[in-house]
Design a protein around this ligand. Structure first.
Ligand SMILES: [Zn+2]
Length: 493
């Protein structure tokens, strides 16, 4: 799979990664790369966006395609092709197919790719040198910050304190028994709505408006005397006098983050595994997709087992309408693990449209899923009454453009063209629609001029129902960085 030139396969100049893939970099080059000099090539906010893209699992594993030349696909609402050229472990040039990269090669997709390369190379180096990956500390750091803000005394918690905290929170939540947690949530959810509504939800499996976490937190915050003792916060108040739960939402998963910190402190990998699995099943935002990677790192030999368990829980929960339509962490899992059937199931229960477009490359791996998906999109796109054409505005037109570009990658350019011609034929008055399909329709007498505004294509249009924290306000910020040169070191090729 990897193309290597003769001279790079010499015994000491070559590094072989965990899968036995020859990546053609000496350990000195890898060390140089891992120093992270490439950070200076980016505006810091662009780099941060790249980091967010990486965490959200939007980068396919970068591959060396020739000596010192790496390639990756970064998946947003569009797919972008990224190439990075290295020399002795330093980045000498980069290219990306996104609109922003027309002005500066060092866009967020390139940053995301470099971060993904660094992760891959670091893992490989650690493996070679027998270095154990560090035990996570994120939650402990957050809880330390939180305690510092909430309490005037400095809380020095011993391992015994953490054991008590872990015990109380595990009892409160029913950890680590995920099966029971989700069964209880299902009952809570069904119990909390009208009998007719409960029945309808059970039958339809439609996404519930009340999310699991909300539901759970509400149940925990409610202090009714009739509640079972483990539901009562009194325990926590005795443990931490003056504890004010109102500010707990400053922690990403409220109580769960404190439980996570306890697992971290106690080096309880088993507990962390169950907690990460839970986070993945209930995830709703892009940043939560980071737990797929964290779970993979901590699961080790249990990875396949954990992955299958997540799929099972996710399927059950979605069937009962307990999940929001979009779960970026689950999308990351099905993409990275190439779980075609699960992807199809997920698209069906989430409502096809943009979800299926995002996962089209995964769906395409199974001819039957691909056929059904394409059948759906052909029908939708050829029907002038489809929702996608309801609004005659730029966002809708760009959405159709993205769909056709994605579909092009699986049906081929010719059919994409005939589909685009058909669409333009249905709406001859819609100029923006024609513009967005310009790559696929033959020129008209008055061709649209190049418009710098099509940076807006760059994933900024948040019209896809994607709860996408990463992408927000990209366009303005990147536009403001437009035309600015980063100075030396930039070469397009
Ligand atoms: Zn880019």
């Amino acid at each position: 799979m990897t193309m290597m030139s003769e001279e790079t396969s010499g015994a000491d100049s070559v590094s072989v990664d965990g899968d036995g893939i020859d990546i053609g970099m000496s350990s000195a080059d890898i060390d140089e790369f891992l120093k992270g000099h490439y950070y200076d090539l980016f505006k810091s906010y662009i780099y941060d966006r790249g980091r967010a893209y990486y965490d959200a699992g939007k980068v396919d594993v970068p591959e060396p395609i020739a000596k010192d030349l790496w390639h990756a696909v970064v998946r947003g609402n569009d797919d972008y092709q990224v190439d990075v050229r290295l020399q002795r472990g330093r980045v000498v040039s980069a290219a990306c197919s996104c609109p922003y990269a027309r002005h500066s090669a060092y866009c967020k997709h390139v940053a995301a790719t470099l971060i993904a390369m660094a992760e891959r190379l670091r893992r490989q180096r650690d493996q070679e040198q027998g270095i154990e990956p560090e035990f996570p500390r994120d939650a402990s750091n957050m809880v330390r910050w939180y305690i510092g803000r909430q309490f005037s005394f400095s809380a020095r918690l011993s391992d015994d304190d953490w054991r008590v905290i872990k015990h109380i929170l595990e009892t409160l939540y029913g950890f680590p028994d995920l099966e029971t947690i989700f069964r209880k949530m299902k009952l809570d959810l069904l119990g909390s709505c009208e009998p007719g509504e409960a029945k309808r939800r059970r039958r339809s499996g439609q996404a519930a408006t009340v999310t699991l976490t909300q539901q759970r937190n509400e149940a925990l915050y409610r202090r009714r005397p009739t509640d079972k003792p483990e539901r009562n916060l009194a325990n926590m108040r005795i443990l931490v006098p003056g504890f004010d739960v109102a500010h707990l939402d400053e922690l990403p998963h409220t109580w769960m983050t404190i439980l996570e910190a306890a697992y971290e402190r106690l080096h309880d990998a088993e507990g962390l595994r169950r907690l990460y699995m839970y986070y993945i099943v209930i995830a709703q935002t892009d940043p939560e997709a980071v737990y797929v990677e964290r779970l993979r790192a901590i699961s080790g030999e249990h990875w396949a087992e954990d992955r299958d368990e997540i799929v099972r829980l996710q399927r059950t929960c979605r069937r009962f309408g307990m999940m929001s339509a979009v779960n970026p962490a689950y999308e990351r899992l099905v993409r990275e693990e190439r779980l075609t059937d699960e992807a199809f199931d997920y698209c069906l229960t989430g409502g096809m449209d943009d979800i299926a477009i995002r996962l089209l490359d995964v769906l395409a791996q199974n001819p039957e899923s691909l056929d059904r998906t394409l059948h759906y999109f052909r029908n939708v796109l050829k029907d002038p009454d489809s929702d996608v054409y309801k609004q005659d505005d730029a966002a809708s037109a760009e959405r159709v453009g993205r769909w056709i570009r994605k579909i092009d990658t699986v049906i081929g350019y010719d059919e994409a063209c005939s589909l685009a011609e058909h669409i333009v034929g249905m709406f001859p008055q819609r100029k923006k629609l024609r513009e967005c399909l310009a790559d696929y329709v033959s020129e008209v007498e008055d061709p649209p001029e190049f418009d710098d505004d099509d940076w807006n294509d760059d994933d900024a249009a948040d019209d896809d129902g994607d709860t996408d924290d990463v992408d927000k306000s990209d366009s303005e910020d990147e536009e403001s960085a437009a035309g600015e040169d980063f100075g030396g070191g930039i070469r397009r090729w």
